[in-house]
Design a protein. Structure first.
Ligand SMILES: [Zn+2]
Ligand SMILES: [Zn+2]
Ligand SMILES: [Zn+2]
Ligand SMILES: [Zn+2]
Ligand SMILES: [Zn+2]
Length: 248
């Protein structure tokens, strides 16, 4: 990326230039231009561009997600706050939430693709492609695989079922019923909400409990002790004197 003194600066009139990124006018004097391009605001806008899919080429600002060239008085911030861009972000967030899809390389404009971490593959970044990908049966089952150890779900001897340790319940061994259980089963969802609420910012880890079929305890990293992994014991622990007085 070219980042010289005149990066983002275009001629405007005899006496002033315009910063395309910030959408401001600057007196046409090297000192003023330098002051502006070294300024905080200007640098923030360059960062915003590289986090949101905007590029600057041939004196023009281009937004890749929206596939539009920014014209006239538009600035980086004004475009990002505008309806068209916000709609794209909302639609994309909706599609990729919980799907293990990484969009950073696309937004930094290094790539035209997003990376699906569970399928270990790249997908061309259009809303339509991604929608197809996340609904694909292979992707759904890869997501299901990934979610098992995060949700206390284990295989059982007969291959037809899975066991949810959290609910002590058997479920059908298909991606669909697994995802339904994780997303919609009241008991399952509430267990996670309660426990996550209790351990938030408490340095208590339940990863081993969820990952290992026979592990019965959560671990408090602050106190270096094991705690039975249920809401009542965890609640007692986080309110206990020992835990409260422990400095980490
Ligand atoms: Zn600027
Ligand atoms: Zn845009
Ligand atoms: Zn995938
Ligand atoms: Zn469950
Ligand atoms: Zn503790």
């Amino acid at each position: 990326m070219k980042t010289g003194l005149l990066y983002g600066i275009v001629a405007n009139s005899k006496t002033r230039v315009r910063c395309v990124f910030c959408g401001v006018y600057i007196p046409k004097a090297n000192k003023c231009i330098e002051e502006h391009t070294n300024g905080m605001k200007h640098k923030e806008n360059i960062d915003l561009m590289s986090e949101n899919g905007l590029t600057y080429y041939n004196d023009e600002l281009y937004c890749k997600p929206c596939d539009v060239y920014l014209t006239g008085e538009d600035s980086v911030a004004a475009h990002l706050e505008g309806e068209q861009h916000a709609n794209w972000v909302a639609a994309m967030d909706d599609l990729i939430e919980g799907e293990f899809i990484n969009i950073d390389a696309y937004l930094s404009t290094e790539s035209e693709e997003v990376f699906c971490e569970v399928c270990n593959m790249k997908v061309n970044c259009t809303l339509q492609n991604i929608e197809e990908h996340v609904n694909d049966i292979l992707h759904r089952s890869n997501v299901a695989e990934k979610l098992k150890p995060l949700n206390g779900i284990f295989p059982v001897e007969n291959d037809d079922e899975l066991w949810c340790k959290v609910c002590d319940e058997y479920i059908e061994n298909t991606a669909r019923s697994l995802l339904e259980h994780i997303d919609d089963d009241k008991q399952h969802v509430e267990w996670f909400m309660d426990i996550e609420d209790l351990i938030e910012d408490q340095e208590i880890s339940i990863q081993d409990y969820l990952k290992n079929e026979h592990e019965k305890k959560a671990f408090c990293n602050k106190c270096q002790v094991e705690i039975p992994c249920n809401a009542r014991s965890l609640e007692e622990h986080v309110h206990s004197e020992a835990h409260l007085n422990q400095f980490s």
